[in-house]
Ligand binder design. Sequence first.
Ligand code: ATP
Ligand code: MG
Length: 213
Amino acid sequence: MSTITIALSKGRIFDETLPLLAAAGIVPAENPESSRKLIIGTNRPEVRVVIVRASDVPTYVQYGAADLGIAGKDVLLEHGGAGLYQPLDLKIARCRMCVAAPAGFDYQAAVRRGARLRVATKYIEVAREHFAAKGVHVDLIKLYGSMELAPLAGLAEAIVDLVSSGATLKANNLVEVEEIMPISSRLIVNQASMKMKHDLIQPVIDAFAGAVP
Ligand code: ATP
Ligand code: MG
């Protein structure tokens, strides 16, 4: 029997994916928040879910360790998308990629002056492209989390990060100075799986497409 593996990350992507899976008749046997298992069965014997770090989802699908996955556009842009088919914008886990800086820092004036800016981010590729397109000179500093701390601690003058409500920026006296792009999560499919397991995968894509708001 042919089987399919779906790579998901815990947290908001898992929660917002449950209704989409349900539309495809797939119900995970356990919640990864309470279970320590990384491989989770479903009500359908031919379908299983693997729980991986959000930024590792494209890698699992690229190499065929998972046939399908759900990943944020932010993660896909950093990964590059090699070996992946991206049939659907699922419109879940929506937020925006933006530049933020301390409330007192005149970002626009610094850009007009042609100043060289130090920018801390987890999203080096997106940031590099954004500032290159604007002709802004930047030194990019790679971080893995808590970007908001960087300007407060004097590591950088600005950050590139994801924002939804803006509450975290506000709590750290930062303001959004530029939106780079809107972000949502995409369904991704291994290109070989798409051909070899078409009978199992296409109905999942169709059910997800029907359930996207
Ligand atoms: P980790 O927390 O393991 O380092 P992560 O921060 O990438 O990984 P999450 O915070 O669960 O993982 O984010 C997963 C995805 O959800 C992101 O890649 C992004 O697409 C989306 N996301 C992140 N932050 C927000 C937000 N504030 N609002 C809505 N969606 C978000
Ligand atoms: Mg996180």
